[in-house]
Design a protein. Structure first.
Length: 132
């Protein structure tokens, strides 16, 4: 069934207005795109031992992994460290903050183009607390 042009505009126009408002409120292209474009992550867990990973756990792992990479890309593109959050800790978080400070000092930024990730899980503990 074909929609009339007027009907298409009533559906598409509000979405474009919301996207434009999101773009203005969040402060940049990278952050406007960040709301909708997680990188593609493929989790390979077929040979996982000593037990198989549950579907919901696998979905959470791939989502969090993708979100971490997206947050890193936004941080480096916007020269802000507030998006790093809890996905990075210790030395990794320190190095990201150092990189952002260097970029600010030279008035540069890094645009990270993500082609996707293939992650292989090799260990998942019996009690489900540890995975690598």
């Amino acid at each position: 069934m074909m929609l009339s042009c007027r009907r298409c505009l009533t559906i598409i126009l509000p979405a474009l207005v919301l996207l434009a408002a999101s773009f203005r409120l969040r402060g940049g292209v990278a952050e406007a795109l960040a709301a909708t474009s997680l990188p593609r992550v493929v989790l390979s867990a077929e040979s996982l031992a000593p037990r198989a990973i549950e579907q919901r756990t696998g979905e959470a792992v791939t989502h969090d992994y993708a979100q971490a990479w997206l947050d890193l890309a936004v941080c480096l593109d916007s020269n802000r460290t507030d998006r790093v959050g809890d996905y990075f800790a210790g030395e990794a978080k320190r190095r990201i903050a150092q990189r952002v400070a260097q970029q600010r000092g030279t008035n540069l930024r890094t645009r990270y183009l993500d082609g996707g990730h293939h992650v292989k899980a090799v260990f998942y503990s019996v009690d489900g607390r540890d995975a690598t």
